[in-house]
Design a protein around this ligand. Structure first.
Ligand code: DC
Length: 218
């Protein structure tokens, strides 16, 4: 039986994570946070103290890293058996992830890991290229975005809530830089799939976004 896939792509801070998790829970579907795979690779590279310009070294780590996703109350990510969930969330990790995500071979290696998530009753896949590259045949595709200012404010609030020190203007600048890197890279850039529904969440609450998507897929 074909397992249905709902892809939710969009820039950093558009609310993809919260919306995708809630939808997966509501629908009883599996959840893929593809960004966390790139983030875990970023952490593995930092731990190995390699230069990000050493493509061969990054590729070797991408091939050999032992990643585990544990579904508890909150999604827990383990690298070689060690919980890295807290480190995954930092802006520094996100920025390094964005740099190594532009390496074509790395993307090819991480493709299989992402396909493995298409199981259970269905899959909600969140990322940048879910609807364009990883699951081009997905039944339901959303492109979720919001203005850079609104996304920076949300990210700032999230970090402060987690007790992580943050600076709004710095986050805005980083978000704009990351948008530029993710949309302008040569391979699998962030873009709306031709058959994806465009949804701007700047003026919408999380509940409104979830309801809109549920209505669309029904
Ligand atoms: O969604 P996120 O902020 O956790 O993603 C971190 C970085 O990983 C993002 O800036 C670019 C990269 N990424 C990607 O290239 N493709 C994806 N499908 C998901 C993330």
């Amino acid at each position: 039986m074909k397992i249905p896939v709902l892809t939710i792509d969009g820039p950093s801070g558009a609310g993809k994570g919260t919306v995708s998790r809630a939808l997966a829970q509501h629908l009883g579907w599996n959840y893929l946070d593809s960004g966390s795979i790139y983030r875990a690779l970023a952490i593995a590279c930092i731990q190995a103290k390699i230069s990000l310009e050493d493509i061969d070294a990054v590729v070797n780590i991408a091939k050999s890293m032992q990643l585990e996703f544990v579904c508890a109350d909150e999604l827990q990510v383990k690298l070689a058996g060690v919980d890295i969930t807290a480190e995954l969330a930092t802006e520094a990790t996100g920025n390094i992830a964005s740099i190594i995500a532009a390496i074509p071979v790395v993307r090819a290696i991480l493709l299989a890991k992402q396909h493995d998530f298409q199981q259970s009753a269905g899959l909600v896949a969140d990322g940048r290229d879910m609807g364009t590259v990883v699951f081009p045949q997905a039944e339901y595709k959303i492109y979720l975005t919001a203005s850079a200012t609104e996304r920076a404010k949300r990210r700032y609030k999230q970090l402060i809530k987690k007790g992580i020190d943050a600076n709004l203007s710095q986050i805005t600048a980083e978000i704009e830089k990351r948008d530029q890197r993710d949309t302008e890279r040569a391979i699998a850039p962030l873009m709306q799939a031709d058959d994806a529904v465009y949804l701007d969440s700047s003026e919408l609450s999380i509940v409104q976004v979830i309801d809109t998507i549920l209505t669309l897929i029904r």
